[in-house]
Design a protein around this ligand. Structure first.
Ligand SMILES: Nc1ncnc2c1ncn2[C@@H]1O[C@H](COP(=O)(O)OP(=O)(O)O)[C@@H](O)[C@H]1O
Ligand SMILES: [Mg+2]
Length: 258
């Protein structure tokens, strides 16, 4: 279980202070798929950096299965917003996916299996020997997802992973995430600024206000587990839920006087 309690982050540079996060409290149960939605600049990336132990919070704490996070937690993988910069251009797809497994000291035979399985899962079998720059944006993002999946994480954090791909690719990748989540039983915290995406993907949506950022509300997404781009997005319940999220985020803006 992932617990975020009273999380606050103030960036300080010289005499300038930016309060990126004011007070965040929420939990994600093991095996859950939770979306965190909030406007650009509200501190979503800051939050994920604190959760993944890359950044020290100013106050509050983060726990993974009861353990306080003070460095990158074991069993956690992150898919970043800027996939272009997260893959090594001089390494093939295979080597990019394999690298974290070497760091984890997985033996060679098992590494080969995991790389093959994860590339297959994202539909990239056959591209093992390509270099990232030879692939489209959507394919590069699938390599980044394969790399995270091959690591066999218990917890997967995703930071607006589809912000830079075209709409059709984005829809395919959303379905891929739900498919992988169901198959692997992994806990996913998926961060997005896109309200429709959060409702389509999540079992639960945590809404953030604009800055100074607090948790505005949470909503259970009681849509059927089998989702598809056409029927789910056209369902009356989907429209109701997205309206609720939209209203909450508008209300949050008013509260902070923006
Ligand atoms: N390293 C940093 N130093 C100072 N301010 C930062 C730093 N990183 C982010 N910020 C500020 O913190 C706020 C939240 O940023 P960020 O977490 O990137 O938001 P989001 O991911 O939701 O767009 C913004 O106002 C941003 O300018
Ligand atoms: Mg961000």
């Amino acid at each position: 279980m992932l617990e975020v309690k009273g999380l606050r982050k103030v960036y300080r540079s010289g005499s300038r202070e930016v309060e990126a996060l004011r007070d965040l409290t929420f939990t994600v149960e093991n095996g859950e798929l939770v979306c965190l939605v909030g406007p650009s600049g509200c501190g979503k990336t800051t939050l994920l950096r604190c959760v993944s132990g890359l950044l020290d919070p100013t106050a509050g704490d983060v726990r993974v299965n009861g353990q306080a996070v003070d460095g990158p937690p074991k069993g956690m993988a992150v898919v970043f917003q800027e996939y272009g910069r997260s893959l090594f251009p001089w390494m093939t797809v295979r080597d990019n996916v394999e690298l974290p497994l070497k760091q984890k000291k997985v033996d060679k035979k098992r590494r080969a299996e995991l790389v093959a399985e994860s590339l297959d899962a994202v539909g990239l079998s056959g591209s093992e020997s390509a270099y990232p720059w030879q692939l489209s944006g959507g394919m590069q993002q699938r390599v980044a997802i394969a790399r995270a999946v091959a690591y066999e994480p218990q917890t997967l954090l995703m930071d607006e992973p589809f912000a830079a791909v075209d709409a059709q690719t984005r829809a395919d990748l959303e379905d891929l995430v739900r498919q992988l989540w169901k198959r692997l039983g992994v806990t996913i915290l998926f961060v997005t600024h896109d309200i429709d995406e959060s409702v389509y993907l999540g079992q639960r949506v945590v809404m953030l206000s604009s800055s100074p950022t607090v948790v505005q509300d949470e909503l259970i997404i009681d849509l059927p587990a089998e989702r598809d781009q056409l029927t789910t997005r056209a369902a009356p319940r989907f429209i109701e839920l997205r309206t609720r999220v939209y209203e909450q985020i508008q209300a949050a803006k008013k509260n902070t006087g923006k």
